[in-house]
Design a protein around this ligand. Sequence first.
Ligand SMILES: *Cc1c(COP(=O)(O)O)cnc(C)c1O
Length: 395
Amino acid sequence: MTQEQNSLAWIEDELARLREAGLLVNIRTIESAMESWVTIGGRRLLNFCANNYLGLANHPRLRQAASDAIANFGVGPGAVRTIAGTTSLHLELEARLAEFKKAEACITLQSGFMANLAVIPTLMGDNDLIFSDELNHASIIDACRLSRAKVVRYRHGDVDDLAQKIAETKEYRRRMVVTDGVFSMDGDIAPLPQIVDVAEQEGIMVMVDDAHGEGVLGTGGRGIVDHFALHGRVAIEVGTLSKAFGVVGGLVAGKQLLIEWLRQRARPFLFSSAMTAPDVAACIEATKILQDSTELVDRLWQNTAILRQGMRQLGFDTGMSQTPIIPVLLGEALLAQRFSRRLIEEGLFVTAVSSPTVPMGKARVRVMNSAAHSQQDLEQALDTFERVGRELGVI
Ligand SMILES: *Cc1c(COP(=O)(O)O)cnc(C)c1O
């Protein structure tokens, strides 16, 4: 054995442990475009895994916009924007997103994860305090760590707990409350109006990461701030272009002042290249589609209502879901994996989620709705869930 192999041998043990516990992720190979049906191992499967809420990931208008952008701007940005300049496309996207979200300004990053890494460490430091919902996304947790601010976790969605923790901590330079808008594992919505009320009384910044609400919540998908009519009262709105927008990228929307500060100081902006031109052009087209009509967003919610009601009638536990994310709670990781495996064998692409993504004992399969599903797709999904649910003794 070489020395390198020796020094990495511990990974074998760790992987074996995960495999035994049923916690090893199995990444499937998709042989087709990301649509409501996908090809895996040569089989067509009905897809309920993707965050492709509006079916934009392979939309003809986005594809056309991306290929036009390649013809005009090529495929790579060349360097970071502060060094090699930025394209007119990037500026157009940021202006459009700001308008769409009724915010003063917007900056785009390479992904939603990067947007969180751009915002939190740039605003918060050693002497600062961040109140963070205990179920916040990994990218928020990592961004908080990177900032070196003190982090106080409050109970999930519990504004009384938050208020109490705020009252106990006054001696910090700056304070921020940060929450996911929609929680991706349970599909519930943060109590943002109450969070804003509590924070405003103390002059605390509020940041919401609306990755799963962007293109989903609010009028025509304008997000959680629009959903609760909180315009101007939430200092920082982070979003992603990788979910409902169907492409890849992240955004921060807020006051001009905030966005200028991020352009000057945010390290993922200063030290990592921008989204590519075809990505940006596709996102511009997605924004246009959302600005033109609420049709896709309306259909997403109609499909969601049908599926959630159907699942509940079958006797499945869909937890706290209020959004197109529908968890079907099963308990043990091995059962969730088995359930998912049987669904896939029966032609339904639905994946299991277990620890560490959700707490131990709360494993589930997660059904992601899309405007792209037909009525027939929804019926097939419910039939398959019923069959597998009975077979495995869940219903
Ligand atoms: C998905 C998600 C992200 C990451 O977004 P990407 O664009 O895929 O990097 C960040 N925050 C939350 C809350 C998310 O759900």
